[in-house]
Design a protein around this ligand. Structure first.
Ligand SMILES: C[S@@+](CC[C@H](N)C(=O)[O-])C[C@H]1O[C@@H](n2cnc3c(N)ncnc32)[C@H](O)[C@@H]1O
Length: 302
């Protein structure tokens, strides 16, 4: 019987020889997935036999990884903002940088709920995740609000995408996290034409922002993801610019929009906002590495 350590060594050697950046992490994740245990258990029990079925599954996974397929698609799972989301080729694999958008939107929603407390408001806050993909932002937000004991009827969350396949996956994830009652899914081009009763209070969006000319040189794992989730047009900001155009009508007077951008698009997004939304405030929030990652747009106070 082959031990887990022998399989780990085999996997690391194969992925290292193929030039992968994180051969040990990838191998541990794939072997743990094949055996059906946590990664730490694989590392801690090197002398344990893996079992014939797990060995065959692991070798098949390793071959897929060696061909460049992302580990998340092979495992069918990606951790995002403290939750595990199902992922497959129907949608982009959620990235760690998008957790920043969730944090900013959660803080915004909690501030607004606190400000409204005692004001006798019965209408829910209306939040929309535009380009939801796997449902990452909307579902993490719903889970975060539930953890903060915010009743489901205080915040109405909508999640939209152009892709029907992505929306199917997002619905499955919402059910998996028991927030199907907190998130409404809809197929739409950017903002749905008629918000339920009034404009949106908070817009969150991680839309495509890769320049079309850069699509051909994306790293191999990224080529397994849907192109329409990545291609942001000639300047990378074409889809985001269209969303900006929809904000004057779609966003409430005191609303706010949180848009993820590429790490090299900080200056470009400020210039675009001043062009498309003259007079609006556009602040760019940075990530932990100090890189510009989220544009926050607010209408001027009348
Ligand atoms: C970069 S992916 C982000 C997915 C998800 N929000 C995340 O962070 O993992 C962009 C998503 O926007 C969707 N999308 C692209 N253009 C759109 C449009 N005009 N209206 C709605 N969704 C769009 C794509 O189908 C894709 O699911």
């Amino acid at each position: 019987m082959t031990t887990t350590r022998a399989l780990l060594d085999e996997g690391v050697d194969r992925l290292r020889a193929a030039g992968f950046e994180t051969p040990r992490l990838d191998t541990e994740l794939l072997l743990a997935h094949a055996i059906g245990v946590e990664r730490t258990a694989v590392v801690a029990n090197g002398e344990a036999p893996a079992g014939a079925d797990a060995e065959a599954t692991f070798r098949a996974s390793l071959a897929r990884r060696a061909d460049g397929e992302p580990v998340a698609y092979i495992r069918g799972i990606k951790e995002f903002h403290g939750i595990a989301l199902a992922v497959d080729k129907r949608a982009l694999i959620p990235r760690p940088e998008t957790e920043r958008v969730v944090d900013l939107v959660l803080a915004e929603v909690m501030t607004r709920l606190t400000a409204r407390a005692g004001a006798g408001t019965t209408e829910p806050l209306r939040v929309v995740d535009v380009g939801t993909g796997s449902g990452a932002i909307a579902i993490a937000l719903a889970v975060g609000l539930r953890a903060r004991r915010v009743p489901a009827d205080e915040v109405a969350i909508a999640a939209v995408d152009l892709s029907a396949e992505a929306l199917d996956l997002a619905r499955e994830n919402a059910v998996g996290h028991a927030v199907g009652d907190r998130v409404r899914f809809e197929q739409a081009d950017l903002l749905p034409p008629t918000p339920p009763t009034a404009p949106w209070d908070v817009v969150a969006a991680n839309l495509p922002y890769v320049r079309s000319s850069a699509m051909a040189s994306l790293p191999t794992p990224t080529t397994f993801e849907p192109a329409e989730a990545l291609d942001g047009g000639p300047d990378g900001l074409t889809v985001i610019a269209r969303l900006m155009d929809a904000l004057p009508d779609g966003l409430a007077g005191d609303g706010a929009a949180f848009l993820e951008i590429g790490a090299d698009q900080g200056e470009a997004i400020v210039a675009l906002a001043s062009q498309r939304l003259p007079g609006w405030a556009c602040q760019v929030a940075t990530d932990l590495a100090g890189l510009p990652r989220t544009a926050v747009l607010r209408r001027p106070v009348a």
